[in-house]
Design a protein around this ligand. Sequence first.
Ligand code: FAD
Length: 287
Amino acid sequence: MIPGAFNYHCPSTVADAVALLSSLGDEARPLAGGHSLIPMMKLRLATPEHLIDLHGIASLKGIRQEADRLVIGAMTTQHELLASPEVSAAFPILKETALLIADPQVRYRGTLGGNVVNGDPGNDMPALMMTLHASYRLEGPDGVRDVAASDFYQGAYFTALEPGELLTAITIPFTASGHGYAYEKLKRKVGDYATAAAAVMLTMANGKVESCSIGLTNLSDTPLLAEAAADAVIGTGLDDDTLKKASERAQEIMSPAADARGPVEYRKHVGGIMVMRALKRAAARAA
Ligand code: FAD
């Protein structure tokens, strides 16, 4: 199937893109990598009359360090994240997660911005951004604002992005050196979305967990932060009882859909296993 007809716009500044989005209203959609939007258009699940292509806006590209944070332009592709020495050094979990997204073709075109702003519960980056305490810079007709990733997701495909707003950058505060990390994703085959996935960031001191953050992908309408599960491991050496407790606490907040990836109980069961595996692997990596 091919998409329906649309008008194509290619602004060269954020201000021009915002002006177009504001004046064209509901009938206009930004176009990033197109690997979520174009399939939706082919299926007629999205029928925008205007596409605002963001590829001509140079300021939306690139990865830079700013004081105590890494700032990633919304149009940075998954492939560029994988190739970035800054990302590998500061956030190896970002690289690990990007490598589990789809296949090289999708990663060459798909952007971090498109992935996090789309609101698809199956996307891998949103839960990771919550785990990393990232924030999103949104620019619209009323100015610029920063929204924490943990406050951004409100329902499936429903986010805090207001009409006329563009996501311009993702900001991630640097974490302690020597932290442990892991992204565990169960999928039916290479290139598939997660049946269940868990992101873990932690620090250890004297064999005990000092700090921990756990995110969950595709286990609810929105990405989730499993705060009670993370609290359960603080001060422990991650023995088997603690891992089981963390898994149970995480399962308490999971409400996955029953779909082709499995019934609710199965997805919660494997979600718990992803949490335990990610905790173990993160602890093994912590210095
Ligand atoms: P687009 O498709 O261009 O846009 C997505 C949505 O976000 C659109 O509504 C668009 O208007 C809006 N948008 C884009 N950029 C902005 C912006 N800067 N500001 C405001 N709105 C914006 N993803 C995963 O996470 N895990 C997977 O396992 C996975 N598997 C895939 C398998 C296949 C075969 C395919 C085709 C895709 C898969 N994806 C997966 C999705 C892929 O990662 C997409 O590239 C990503 O979700 C969207 O990024 P994009 O740059 O392609 O955005």
